[in-house]
Write a protein that binds this ligand. Structure first.
Ligand code: AMP
Length: 280
């Protein structure tokens, strides 16, 4: 069922809650693929009712980013959600979500000053604002996020903790194409040559995983081996390669605890991200 208005969504959810049903929530920006689908299916398994939001959130895009060209296809998205057994697809207009004179911001400090936060100023403020609004509107028992956006998971968990929002945040594994490329709505931007070149992201991470398995613990060496692979691809331009503590997202030099290894790479004009967590 497609819902466009907050008022209608709230009354449907209140009726579920009166019946004692649990609610799962999956926030997305649409152009849904198997990555999103895995979150929806997990939510369906773990809750009585599932709400998926499809909203290309203007406040999380920078002035020179791809808000206007971001792929939109609500009919296809609706079909995927129905097939995955979601009860409601919430697809509000920006004017339904934002007042012209909105005055409130939601900002998580520290965790957002590194990685994508450093490269995309204001991005996480936009994400935190929209996610806190959606959590207030949907009031889910559990909300599902992909580890593809590992920094986002860390930031949202911190926001939920700090603001005492009554929801469990569930992080779900990265879904990949058969050849290893992490599924992303932005993969549709890639030309045929770029699509091939984009494999360099997962390939570079595999090499890092191998080195870690063999016992390498010097972060600088791991970082250099990832960069070497990425630099071997002429269409790739590194935005960042980092090795950070999984919880604090602070850089580490010697790998002694669980680390997150996130990378952001331009393939032509398209910025792609990927990561893995190495657990000790
Ligand atoms: P987006 O529509 O890109 O904002 O993504 C919505 C949610 O789907 C986020 O929590 C993402 O982390 C998650 N997601 C996107 N791509 C993948 C993927 N390949 N595997 C798992 N989760 C994903």
């Amino acid at each position: 069922m497609l819902v466009k208005e907050i008022k209608e969504l709230r009354s449907l959810i209140k009726a579920w809650k009166r019946e004692g049903l649990s609610v799962g929530y999956v926030p997305t920006m649409g152009a849904l693929h198997e990555g999103h689908e895995s979150l929806i299916k997990r939510a369906v398994e773990e809750n009585d009712k599932v709400v998926v939001s499809v909203f290309v959130n203007p406040t999380q895009f920078g002035p020179n980013e791809d808000f206007d060209s971001y792929p939109r296809n609500i009919n296809k998205d609706l079909e995927l959600c129905i097939n995955a057994c979601a009860a409601i697809v919430f697809n509000p207009e920006p004017s339904e979500m934002y007042y012209g004179d909105k005055s409130t911001s939601v900002s998580v400090s520290g965790l957002t000053s590194v990685l994508c936060g450093a490269k995309r100023p204001g991005h996480f403020d936009g994400v935190c604002l929209v996610v806190s609004k959606f959590l207030n509107i949907v009031t889910p028992d559990k909300a599902y996020f992909g580890e593809k956006d590992a920094q986002q998971v860390a930031v949202i968990k911190r926001m939920v903790r700090d603001l005492n929002i009554d929801v469990e945040i569930v992080a779900c594994p990265i879904i990949r194409e058969e050849d290893g490329l992490a599924k992303s709505s932005r993969n549709t931007y890639l030309s045929k040559d770029e699509r091939k070149a984009a494999l360099v992201l997962s390939r570079s991470l595999e090499i890092a995983k191998d080195a870690l398995r063999k016992g390498e613990r010097n972060a600088n060496n791991i970082n250099n081996s990832i960069k070497e692979v990425l630099n071997s691809e002429p269409l790739a331009k590194i935005d960042y390669v980092e090795i950070v503590d999984s919880d604090s997202l602070k850089s580490v030099e010697i790998i002694e605890r669980n680390v997150l290894i996130p990378i952001a790479v331009y393939i032509g004009k398209t910025r792609l991200i990927d990561n893995f967590t190495f657990e000790i």
